[in-house]
Design a protein around this ligand. Structure first.
Ligand code: SF4
Ligand code: SF4
Length: 370
């Protein structure tokens, strides 16, 4: 399995069209966040600490479909909050499918069993279930016992009913390569289509700040994971060059316009990970008003440890389009796990003296239990 050929072809044709049109900045995945309310309270969440008046807001069906049309991306990732709490979500999903766009409905799966029959299996619809590891790791990550069990039951039911299902997994501090490898074996044996795996981004709004991995440790962790993965046939839903980037072999700049975000505040600048950079009232406004040159790991201290796929997958895909042979070789051999990593680029901003406060706008909150 893996991403079906029909979807790969459709995205490849979209990319070729953008190239032929000579567009430098174009969206690949629309991040649609129709609400921030959730039925969990995870330690690493960047959304749920808003006041009730914000958590009670919803994007209407019309708002959601207008965003899909305005943006034009071939893939829509519906996230949140917990999207299944949105009463009109089935209409949103139907509208996206009617436009022949691929929709990934991201869910923690607590409501999936109950709501599943509001949706019909379709090659355009995938349930993307949040699982951060096996039982103990996941329940700790989402700060509630029993969530893993419920999510796995819902995944099995969705597969039985003929839905496409993927897993999205975020790695935090304290993960070891053998633990992640065991989880990837488990996911493979569950029979889902694939898994996206990303190092947790240190959200300014997350309740716990000490749980995020630094980028150097991330690269070492991924090398260890990929070393263990040889021959184990994991289904990682990423481009080969993005995996090579995670292993420290590609020195990419981020492409935040590849995954533009529409949420209850408007179009978020520059990406869904940074919460205090302002909003545009339209997609056109987002593309034209955002000072894109200010963002990326070497340009902005807020971005310093970011290796998230929303910033770098689109960069890797563009690199693969320009260097197909390189992408093919990495795809055949897997990411390189030995030898020197690419050098860390020198920051273009003033680096604070050790021990001094970083002017990142981040409010360092002491970790608290959930
Ligand atoms: S499931 Fe997602 S949205 Fe809900 S609290 Fe956890 S990280 Fe936040
Ligand atoms: S590096 Fe890019 S994707 Fe990551 S937080 Fe900064 S702007 Fe967003």
């Amino acid at each position: 399995m893996g991403v079906p050929l029909r979807q790969q072809f459709s995205i490849a044709s979209y990319l070729v069209k953008q190239k032929l049109k000579g567009r430098e900045k174009y969206p690949l995945v629309l991040m649609l966040e129709p609400l921030f309310r959730c039925n969990l309270a995870c330690a690493g969440c960047g959304k749920i600490d808003y006041p009730d008046e914000i958590l009670n807001k919803r994007l209407s069906v019309e708002d959601c479909l207008a965003a899909v049309d305005e943006c034009g991306a071939p893939v829509i990732s519906i996230a949140g909050g917990e999207p299944l709490l949105h009463k009109e979500l089935p209409q949103v999903v139907d509208g996206i499918i009617a436009r022949k766009k691929y929709v990934y409905l991201c869910t923690n799966a607590l409501l999936l069993r109950k709501k599943m029959d509001d949706y019909k299996p379709s090659p355009y619809l995938t349930f993307s279930v949040h699982l951060d590891g096996e039982r103990e790791r996941h329940d700790t990550s989402v700060c509630q016992e029993g969530v893993f069990e419920k999510a796995v039951e819902a995944i099995k039911l969705a597969l039985d009913k003929g839905f496409r299902v993927t897993i999205n997994c975020t790695l935090f501090q304290g993960e070891t390569a053998p633990e992640v490898a065991k989880f990837l074996d488990y996911v493979r044996d569950l029979g889902v289509e694939g898994i996206t795996i990303s190092p947790g981004f240190s959200y300014e709004r997350a309740p716990q700040q000490g749980i995020f991995i630094k980028s150097v440790e991330t690269k070492e962790l991924f090398r260890d994971i990929f070393r263990l993965g040889k021959g184990r046939k994991w289904r990682l839903n990423h481009s080969s060059l993005f995996l090579d980037f995670l292993a420290g072999n590609q020195g990419y700049n981020c492409t935040p316009w590849g995954n533009p975000t529409r949420n209850v505040f408007g179009w978020q600048k520059p990406c869904y990970l940074l919460s205090d950079e302002g909003y545009a009232s339209s997609f056109k406004g987002l593309m034209e008003e955002t000072p894109w040159q200010k963002y990326g790991t070497v340009r902005n201290p807020k971005c310093v440890n970011c290796m998230a796929h929303c910033g770098y997958e689109a960069t890797a895909v563009a690199d693969a389009m320009s260097n197909p042979l390189k992408a093919l070789l990495v795809s055949m051999r897997g990411p390189r796990t030995e030898g020197a990593m690419v050098e860390q680029a020198v920051p273009q901003y003033e680096v604070p003296v050790e021990g001094a406060a970083i002017d990142s706008g981040r409010v360092e909150t002491p970790p608290h239990s959930c």
